[in-house]
Write a protein that binds this ligand. Structure first.
Ligand SMILES: Cc1ncc(COP(=O)(O)O)c(C=O)c1O
Length: 390
């Protein structure tokens, strides 16, 4: 007997190989990284003062930290967090105490919808300027000096444009608080020297997921240049355990190889993502799809936002899914995955034509199903990796 789960996974793989994925929170790993993720490392523990058999594991962990530090030009790197969410929680536990205020964008303005109440922290919401697509700096100054949060978080789930890190870092210094940049969405862009460089601009901590624009395994990362902050973070993410006891060494190795891929190809990969999102936004806009922030050339990131309400968002997500185009209900489109697969401008144009026909002209989605499947099947290789010569 083969097992029902094996059968379902096989069907899922075939299905997704025939879909175009535009979800901005996801990506695809190289074949090499996938092999590493499923290697013998997946079975192993790593604490050196207890377990044997570590002659390669310890080197893998150290090399991965070194490559990550090199990639992000950071002095300290924590690769242990199991997700972006755990990285975020680790920073909260390390740099604030119960009852403290945390300044962050509200979920309504695209902020990360973290459950602060459960960890006894109080969110105060940064003022978002919907004309500019970033925070209102004067109102932010007032809020920070009035509320005196222990941590100010910049970065968000809906992120099109860089944040004014330098200006906010000066405010944070004035009131002795930490500036944490949640780069979950844009970590691959930052690694590729595009979008912005939060640590160099004055953030105390850069953290995030390693599987959105950063095209690695699902996981988290925390970076800092400050030795005291690194000490505080180490207490939370290393032994004795609070959040993480045994880090997943297979995931860390897959993260390491992905970081190596980005050291070699990250700049061109990141540049191409942004080029593709601007191009797709323009093509959609010209065909009548309502795209936000035309006044700012739509986007500086991997994301594009549609101007829709909740009800329309659900309809669009479901309609596009009927044509094997996968998006969220935001509606946000992200170009990082199709870029990693090497989509051409001509095919992005074709995609814009199909999407606009479904959303604007209301053509029946299934009319495009075979065309989308054929398009998706064209892009099987993972570029910007060691698998494929570019
Ligand atoms: C801004 C932001 N921070 C943190 C997270 C959590 O990341 P993960 O899914 O890796 O836990 C997300 C998830 O989408 C996010 O958008």
């Amino acid at each position: 007997m083969r097992g029902r789960i094996a059968d379902l996974v096989e069907r899922h793989e075939k299905y997704r190989s025939e879909c175009i994925n535009l979800i901005p929170s996801e990506n695809v790993m190289s074949e090499t990284a996938r092999k590493i993720l499923a290697s013998d490392l997946v079975h192993r523990y790593h604490h050196e003062d207890f377990y044997g058999g570590l002659q390669y594991i310890l080197e893998i962990l150290q090399k991965t930290r070194d490559i990550i530090k090199d990639l992000f030009k950071a002095k300290y790197a924590f690769v242990e967090p199991l997700s972006g969410n755990i990285s975020f929680l680790a920073a909260l536990l390390a740099l604030s105490k119960p009852g403290d205020k945390i300044a962050i964008l509200s979920p309504e303005d695209g902020g990360y919808p973290f459950n602060f109440e459960l960890v006894d922290r109080v969110p105060v919401y940064l003022p978002f300027d919907w004309r500019k697509g970033t925070i209102n700096i004067e109102k932010t100054r007032k809020l920070i000096y009035l509320e005196k949060p222990s941590i100010v978080v910049l970065g968000s789930s809906f992120i099109l444009f860089p944040f004014p890190v330098k200006a906010v870092s000066e405010m944070c210094k004035d009131i002795d608080s930490y500036l944490v940049y949640d780069g979950s969405h844009v970590l691959g862009l930052i690694a590729g020297n595009t979008f912005q460089d939060p640590l160099a601009e004055g953030a105390d901590v850069l953290l995030g997921s390693t599987h959105k624009t950063f095209p690695g395994p699902q996981g988290g990362l925390i970076l800092t240049n400050n030795a005291d902050i690194a000490k505080k973070l180490a207490k939370v993410v290393t032994f004795p355990p609070v959040l993480i006891d045994n880090a997943h060494v297979n995931r860390i190795a897959a993260l390491g190889i992905t970081a190596e891929e980005l050291l070699s190809h990250g700049k061109i990969y990141a540049k191409k993502i942004i080029e593709n999102s601007k191009f797709l936004a323009k093509e959609l806009h010209e065909r009548g799809v309502k795209i936000a922030f035309e006044n700012r050339d739509f986007t500086e990131s991997h994301q594009i936002w549609l101007k829709v309400d909740e009800r329309e968002g659900k309809i669009i997500q479901e309609d596009l899914e009927r044509a094997n185009i996968i998006v969220d209900r935001g509606v946000r489109f992200g170009t990082q995955e199709v870029t990693r697969k090497g989509i051409t401008k001509a095919d992005l144009e074709k995609l814009a034509e199909i999407i606009s026909s479904i959303i604007v002209t209301k053509t029946k989605p299934t009319y495009f199903l075979e065309e989308v499947k054929t398009l998706a099947r064209k892009y099987r290789r993972i570029l910007y990796s060691f698998d494929v010569r570019i």
